[in-house]
Each structure stands twice: as C-alpha cells, then as structure tokens.
Write a protein that binds this ligand. Structure first.
Ligand SMILES: Nc1nc2c(ncn2[C@@H]2O[C@H](COP(=O)(O)OP(=O)(O)OP(=O)(O)O)[C@@H](O)[C@H]2O)c(=O)[nH]1
Length: 687
C-alpha cells in the first residue's frame, strides 16, 4: 500500500493536498520544488484580484464564491504539470499504460474503476453520492448500468517511478459492444473481470474475443470475492480453461471491501505493454470519442499515437481535411485538467472551438501534417430501426429535436439517422440503433440530457425484399412495404444467440426460443451445473420482452448474448392499424403471417383501452397485407371529471380540470384522433 499512498491525484487540489502530505516521504526533489511553487501562484492572484478586507468580518456569498474559486485555482498545478509535481512531458511512452476494464454487465467494472481512482487520489473523500463516479449520465445512474465509455487519467507510483495510467471504463451490455470496441482501440490492455459468484457469462466471452482480436494484454480478475456465495478458485479455473490463460496470473479482488485491490495497478504496469508510437514522428491522433460542451463546443477524446500536440498548433481531420487551432488540451482526471500539451501514448481531450457537431467524426485521425491515416473503427451496423418524432407537431419542436439529436449523435456515433415524414406524426427522423436497449437509452438521453420530448414508433429490423425482376431493396419502415406489388421473397436478419444458464432452466429457455421461431444449434454442459444453449433466432423476435423473459425463466441466472447471423427467408405480412378506415403509417409493423390475427386483435384491444377518452366514435381495424382481420369500435365517451365535485368546491374542480388539461398536453394527434404518448411504448410491447 506504500505505493498507493504515494500516488498523486492529477486534478483536485483538495486531494492533492492530502496525497502530497501522505506521499511527502516519497516525493522527489522536483516534486517538492513544484509543490512549493504553487502557493506563490495563489499569492500572486490574491494580490492582484482580491480587495483587502477585515478578516474578522463575515464574507458575503459572492465573496465566498470568489474565495472558493481562488482556492481551487491555487491548488491547481501550473499548466504542463500534474499534481505530484510531474511534468506531463516526463511521461514518456514507457511510463504510460492505457487500459480498459471489460466484463459482463454488473460484474463490477465501474466499482473497480471507482476504487482505483480513490486509491490514486483522483476521487479522495468523495461523499456526494454512492453511485459510481464514471457512470455520469442520468440514465446510467437510474438504471445502474454503464452506457458510455469514460476516460480518466491516474498517476501511480510504482517502484519509485510515477506512471500515467489512462483508464477507460466500458459498458457491459451487448447493445453497447460498439462502445467497447472503440475504447479498446485506444488501449493496449484490459482487466477482464468476472464476478466470483457468477463465473463466466455470455458477455465475458464476447468481450474476451473483442479484446483478443485486437491483440490486447489481458489480466484476468475475479471480483466480488467477499460474497458468501463466491467461488474464486472455481472461477479462476473457468477463466484459465475458457480463455487459455495462466491460472497463476488471476487476481482476486473485492472492489467493495478493497481486498486484493492493491495488486491491480502494479499488475497493469508490469503486464500491460506500454503504448508504441514515435515521439519524434509527425503528430497523429486517434479520435476515439467526442461529446458536446455547451460553452466550449466539441470536446474530442484522443490518443496521441505519434508526436505531440500543443495549444496553438493547427490540426486537421483526415476525413475532411479541415484544419482547426488547438485551444486547449489536457487530461481527463476525471474532470478536464488542461496541461497545454499531450505527448506520444497519452490519452486526453482536445478543444478546438468546433461548433459544427458533425465536424468531429469518431474514428477519424487528426494530424498536423498529412501522414498515413490510422485505421478507424468498423462502422456500426444498425439492427433496429424506429421513427422518432417531436411530441408537439409544430416546426419549432421539430427544430429543437433536430438540435438535440445533433448534440447526442456527436456522443453516440453508432446511430444512423435520416429525415422522415409521417402522415400521422409529421416531420421526424428514422433512426437505426444497435439494439432495443440502445434505442431506449438513446431516447431517454434525448429527453433527460437535452430536454427533447419524443414519440418513438414500433421498432423494426431491416428486411430485404427480393422482387420478381431480380432486384432487391432494404425495408427500414413497415409502412413502405408494398402491399399492392408482388414480392418474391422477404429475407429477415437472424442472430446466433448464446445463453448460459443453470441446468434446471434449460427446458423453459428452450421453450421460449422455440416459441420465437428459434432453431437450436447447440446444447452443451459447461460443468458445475451450468449449460450453454446456442440458437439461431430472428432478430425481430428479440424485440420487446425477450430479455426479461430469459431473466424471469431462469430466476435471473441466465446470461444472454448474440452475434449477427445470416439473412433467412421469412413468411411475413404487413400489419396495419386503421383509424376510421385509414391506415396509420406510424403504427404499421411486419409480423409472421401466422401471428398476424392474434397480434392484430391484441393491438386493437390495447388501443381501445388506452383511447377511452375520445369524444366521438372511432372505428379501429387491423389489416394484414391490406385485408381486414380484426375490428373494434370505440364508443364516444365524454368523462365528466368534475362530476364528483358536486357541492360547488371550486378549488377542487379547478384542480381536476387542470389535471385534465395537463393530460391533454401529453396527447399526440394521430390522423383524426388524439392518442396519449404512452400509446406507443405500450403498443411496442404488444405481441
Ligand atoms: N459484494 C460485492 N459487490 C460488488 C463488488 N464490486 C461491485 N459490486 C456491486 O455490484 C453491482 C454492479 O457493480 P458495477 O460496478 O456497477 O458493475 P459494472 O460491471 O460496472 O456494470 P455495468 O456498467 O452495468 O456493466 C453494484 O451493486 C456494486 O456495488 C464487490 O467486490 N463485492
């Protein structure tokens, strides 16, 4: 722990102050010199900016704020230096490690990241909340899952030498493996974490292969060894067998209690190779992530592959050739910490005052003079399409949705977007997502982070239509399926799904897959009471409640992952919902021919349920390829919401009417009928 105690924070002065004291014994003379210089920086600022005042008088709020700001500035190391007194230039590639943490969902990546930050002083005595620091997005905190990869730089002293460690926390869910592969491109190694109570899960296998394909150095970690049900040795053996790793090299940790955590960073330094790259070569940087800052424009996260970047330099994007002046550059530690420059092998942020959100393309190369382009990322392939429309139909709401989308797209480059016009919902966007969860998260982030109100239409997978003349085209929206023209064949995307579960659940999960048009490929035993099932399933069947059914049929013990499979012929029809005899384009969907009658009926019943506030009679019908297969009539109904308030209690009456008005504002006009916003997610779940 001596090394950990001597480790220094990069950023927060409070932490710097405490770690500097703790590490004073180990500090080098350069460090001490640097530490001594900082108070004089503060002193200079005080003498210039602060009017002298009587120290015995209480400070006003603005004076307190000013004092706090000055204290913060005074604790900050000068530009080019990081706390601990290290010049950023002293971190030559051999003293840098860029690593990631990969694991199945919930196996403890973010908690390990938090613990490492705490150990190196990057978090210090943080008390504000218990959620993981790197899970910054509201949606991440609410759902307790990581959606975006995050980056943080740590300084850690090992065998008397300071190292700059760049840690990238990654998401675990299958829908976000695109984020994982992007983060891995900026790393040379990873901690492969497994929960000691659960062992290897489907996403552990998928992430292992992602890292393995990129030739990364892997450190196996068995986490949560404090759990009563933990089987650390068994898990280590599983990892050694499944991934052909040395069982002696497995680390055992509890990120919760801190047990074994002191071995992690020394292992990172000793077992993960330093970044390659040539410090004397012309500058080349890989842009591996970006996000929008309201005041500073586009913030780019980069790995300096060769050379060095400095404030004032001009850098150009390889894809467009557009050049920008570097305004600020620094490390994420975990907040932005300007250093004035970044050297070969370092991972940090870059501000160039870019306002055009489309100018920074993740995966692009940035250079100072044209060198060879770095390999980018494989383009993300959209597997689920859905329409996104503003809740209100006016042009202003559309514009604000468009702006919100641009900002979010910068931070989530995996979404494919094009403009769409719906007869029922007006102007909006057709978006392609990596999966269902990805779609949900994207819309939730639009609402939470950018205040956009959106209506999402029923998601659809991309079908291929083969026409009798031999031509073919991709269908991304069911309303575009030609019911009047003969289609020779419809091909649908499939996936190869892997389910790992306790032996006792196999029967129930097989039944679930068979009911979803699944074809069994493999059923094998993994030993220790666990089985592996592999199925070919139509991707469309994974929409809706599939994940939750896998979980409920295995009491939460099964894990599920999939990879893309081939396209297969399918017998499908276009299912339309008609209001007053007119198809509502936003509600069209493709379904298996045999399922059309019961899905059509279920949709009408659900709509009738949700639409009971209409003020005139509405005829609802379902049609399969243009042929009516079900019908429901919604009687005109005017609820007198104030009926209960006889006796003339005006305030109560007004409250009720206000609530009714509020309800109306959340309505969306679909052709001639008003529907509540909840209609769309409810219909999505119906099958
Ligand atoms: N008992 C115990 N619980 C732990 C340990 N590490 C993490 N946890 C808990 O496990 C849960 C999941 O931890 P996270 O760190 O969010 O897991 P994650 O892998 O980052 O999850 P995703 O980001 O969603 O993939 C949380 O409730 C943690 O408090 C540990 O060592 N012991």
């Amino acid at each position: 722990m001596a090394a950990a105690a001597a480790a220094a924070s990069l950023m927060t002065g409070r932490h710097y102050a405490s770690t500097a004291a703790a590490g004073a014994g180990a500090a080098t003379s350069q460090q001490q010199q640097q530490q001594q210089q900082w108070p004089s920086v503060a002193g200079a600022q005080e003498s210039e900016g602060t009017p002298s005042s009587d120290p015995s008088l209480p400070l006003s709020a603005s004076q307190q704020q000013q004092q706090q700001q000055q204290q913060q500035q005074s604790r900050r190391p000068p530009l080019g230096f990081v706390a601990g007194g290290h010049d950023v230039a002293s971190f030559t590639p051999d003293r840098i490690r860029n690593f990631s943490i990969i694991a199945h969902v919930d196996h403890g990546k973010s908690t390990i990241a938090d613990r490492l930050m705490e150990m190196t002083g990057a978090l210090g005595a943080r008390t504000t909340h218990n959620a993981q620091y790197l899970d910054k997005l509201q949606v991440e905190r609410e759902r307790g899952i990581t959606v975006k990869a995050q980056t943080v730089s740590l300084v850690y002293e090992h065998k008397g030498l300071p190292y700059l460690l760049n840690l990238i926390d990654t998401p675990g869910h299958v829908d976000f493996s695109y984020e994982v592969s992007r983060s891995l491109a900026a790393c040379q190694g990873a901690l492969l974490v497994v929960d000691a109570g659960q062992g290897i899960q489907a996403q552990t296998v998928a992430n292992f292969f992602l890292a393995f394909e990129q030739g990364m150095d892997l450190i196996p970690v068995v986490n949560k060894i404090d759990l009563p049900a933990a089987d650390p040795r068994g898990c280590a053996e599983q990892m050694a067998t499944a991934f052909d790793l040395d069982p002696g090299g497995v680390l055992f940790t509890s990120a919760k209690t801190g047990q074994g955590m002191e071995e992690v960073l020394p292992a990172v330094i000793e077992r993960i190779r330093a970044p390659g790259g040539d410090p004397s070569a012309p500058l080349r940087m890989l842009l591996f992530d970006a996000f929008h800052d309201e005041y500073r424009g586009v913030v780019m996260l980069v790995e300096v592959v060769d050379g060095r970047v400095e404030v004032g330099m001009r850098v150009a994007m390889a894809s467009t050739g557009t050049a920008y002046e570097v305004q600020e550059v620094g490390l994420q530690a975990p907040e932005r910490h300007p250093t004035g420059r970044l050297h070969t092998g370092q991972v940090g942020y870059l501000l160039c005052g870019i306002k055009d959100l489309k100018a920074a393309r993740v995966g692009d190369t940035l250079y100072a003079s044209p060198p060879a382009r770095l390999p980018g990322f494989r383009p993300a392939k959209a597997m689920v399409f859905a329409g996104l429309f503003p809740l209100g139909g006016d042009g202003q709401e559309f514009e604000s949705l468009a702006t919100a989308m641009d900002k979010l797209l910068l931070n989530d480059a995996s979404v494919v977007v094009k403009r769409e016009n719906s007869e029922a919902l007006g102007p909006g966007f057709r978006c392609g997502f990596l999966g269902m969860l990805h779609m949900e998260i994207f819309t939730q982030r639009l609402q939470q982070e950018y205040g956009a109100s959106v209506v999402t239409t029923t998601p659809m997978v991309p079908y291929v239509l083969e026409m009798p003349d031999g031509s073919s085209r991709t269908l991304e929206s069911a309303s575009e399926y030609p019911v009047d023209t003969r289609v020779a064949r419809i091909l649908e995307p499939t996936v190869t799904a892997t389910i790992i579960c306790p032996d006792g659940c196999v029967g129930r999960l097989m039944e679930l897959c068979a009911g979803r048009r699944g074809e069994q490929l493999e059923h094998s035993s993994l030993g220790g009471g666990r089985s592996m099932l592999r199925y070919r399933l139509p991707l469309a069947e994974l929409a809706g409640d599939f994940y939750s059914l896998v979980k409920s049929r295995s009491q939460g013990y099964a894990s599920f992952d999939y990879e893309e499979g081939p396209y297969r012929p399918a017998d499908l029809v276009r299912l339309d919902i008609l209001a007053h005899g007119k198809p509502v384009d936003a509600l069209a969907r493709m379904v298996a021919r045999d399922d059309a009658p019961h899905i059509g009926r279920a949709l009408l019943v659900k709509m009738k349920d949700l639409l009971d506030r209409q003020q005139f009679e509405v005829v609802l019908q379902a049609a399969a390829n243009g042929k009516i297969i079900a019908r429901e009539t919604l009687k005109a109904l005017r609820k007198n919401v104030t009926a209960k308030c006889y006796g003339g209690d005006v305030t109560r009456k007004r409250k009720l009417l206000d609530r009714q008005k509020e309800g109306k504002r959340r309505m969306k006009r679909l052709g001639s009928i008003d529907v509540p916003q909840e209609l769309f997610p409810e219909l999505m779940k119906t099958r």
